[in-house]
Design a protein around this ligand. Structure first.
Ligand SMILES: [Zn+2]
Length: 269
């Protein structure tokens, strides 16, 4: 049995991935998980690592950020970027310096794979955001180029509530989700892999700042996803998962957003 298979609807050109092996993933309920494979000391429980920053030997403790192939892949290249040795880490609590390190690892892996397909980097935090293992991590999946990804594109930022040296942060007027926030580089038209270290440091600072503001606007430890747009004119989009998708959204692809993005933008100012 193949681990996964991409299938296309020939009429709509929408794709699905059939990946039955992913049901073998460990029981993920918080508190009920088996021994965590991402904690220091458990390195032998993951496939052999492909990248790390920090000290120590490969597949031994000492790392600060560690990258391993996903044991339950749904794409030809599917990696897990383990954010830190801390089991209960959360992006919004990392020191800026560590958050920058994580972003630099994203970039290194993006560059490693960008000639092989569409490099999609995404993070799930919390049960409401389909987090698979509670130890904080991000995933990177390389999707074949002929698979059409239906991802929103950057337009001119509107409802900007904060501008830093290298980014503007805003809530697009056509936001699909309440309080979603986009981080747009001021230097437009580039791919994520082209971002300079100085920009990544600024982005790390901004993510921490805005996640803290979202915590105030939404709730402590809310579930969220973020992803980095894989193609030209990149952006990073944070999506708080404070509402479920209903039958209308699932059936039509049209989202009903219950928070006016201009109001969200004012609240995050
Ligand atoms: Zn852990």
């Amino acid at each position: 049995m193949k681990k996964f298979e991409f299938r296309e609807n020939k009429l709509t050109h929408q794709w699905v991935i059939i990946a039955p092996s992913r049901t073998k993933r460990p029981d993920v309920a918080r508190g009920a998980e088996p021994e965590c494979p991402f904690c220091p000391g458990a390195e032998a429980k993951t496939p052999k690592e492909v990248f790390r920053i920090g000290g120590g030997k490969p597949n031994q403790p000492g790392w600060k950020v560690r990258v391993v192939p996903n044991k339950f892949p749904f794409a030809p290249i599917h990696e897990v970027i383990i954010h830190s040795p801390k089991h209960d880490g959360n992006f919004l609590n990392y020191p800026t310096d560590h958050a920058s390190k994580i972003l630099r690892v994203y970039k290194a892996r993006y560059l490693e794979h960008r000639d092989k397909g569409q490099v999609f980097i995404f993070h799930n935090h919390g049960i409401g955001a389909a987090e698979s293992l509670p130890h904080d991590h991000t995933q990177l999946a390389v999707i074949p180029n002929d698979v059409i990804l239906d991802v929103p594109r950057m337009s001119t930022p509107e409802n900007i509530f904060y501008k830093s040296k290298h980014f503007s942060m805003f809530c697009p007027p056509d936001s699909q989700w309440p309080y979603e926030v986009w981080f747009a580089p001021l230097e437009r038209g580039k791919q994520f892999g082209d971002a300079k270290d100085e920009e990544l440091k600024d982005l790390a600072k901004n993510i921490l700042k805005i996640l803290k503001r979202l915590t105030k606007a939404i709730a402590p430890d809310f579930s969220f996803n973020f992803y980095i747009y894989h193609g030209g004119d990149w952006y990073l989009r944070v999506i708080p998962r404070i509402k479920q998708m209903g039958g209308f959204e699932l059936g039509t692809g049209i989202f009903v957003n219950t928070v006016d993005p201009s109001l969200a933008s004012r609240k995050l100012k």
